[in-house]
Design a protein around this ligand. Sequence first.
Ligand code: MLT
Length: 256
Amino acid sequence: MKLGYEEAGEGPVLLLIHGFPVDRRIWRPQLESLATLRRVVAVDLRGRGKSPADAAEGWTIDDYAGDIAETIDALGVHQVDLVGLSMGGYITFSLLRMHPEKVRSLVLMSTKAEEDGPEAKKGRDDNAALVREKGSEALGDRMLQNLLSKSASDQVKKDVADMFRSIPPDSAVADLEAMRDRPDSTALLASIRVPTLVIQGEEDGLLTLEAGREMAAAIPEGRFVSIPGSGHFVSVQQPRLVNEALRDFLKDVTTG
Ligand code: MLT
């Protein structure tokens, strides 16, 4: 399916894929700031925001990547600079497997290539049961402290909690199941042939900096930048530093 999105600016497309359980609004600071450099497109994944879907069931990360491929075609371009935040990063790996020719450069933000182990899979099922019983909002109590570090402003906390609340429960459950069943992408890293930036918050409650550095080192043209004073959702927690890192990276990418 072709996804709904918000855009700003002109020129080569920079396509932003949000994480779980949020939506395109996690990219507000990037839409505003990077529009002088690119046509910035922040999509809503299927089943939320501007991308409603009928039956949220049995979705796979490949399905989400297929939606991104269709959306790139619908934008009328052959290639994009692609940014994936967390679950968005899992989707970029699928897109690279399916359509590497559509990716001009890659930013892996707060994400990892490994599949879920048994404990993580059980965590997905527990979270899905919680959402079924109490709605998406209930994820906030369980997840927010891992996604935002202590220094997050009240406004950022409120904005992120609002996003949690607005995801339809069926879509949240479908996301959790898709992440649980995603394939391991570690072997893919060495085959990534485009300039790649790995960005990670220094206070990320889900990922270690060492793992981020290792992922960048496994990618032939990989670079690593860590963001001080930020948890997992770096795009809203330290927008100035993240935008600076993105600008530095993008100015070296040949857009042809
Ligand atoms: C995300 O931020 O997209 C998710 O928390 C990632 C995950 O749970 O693996």
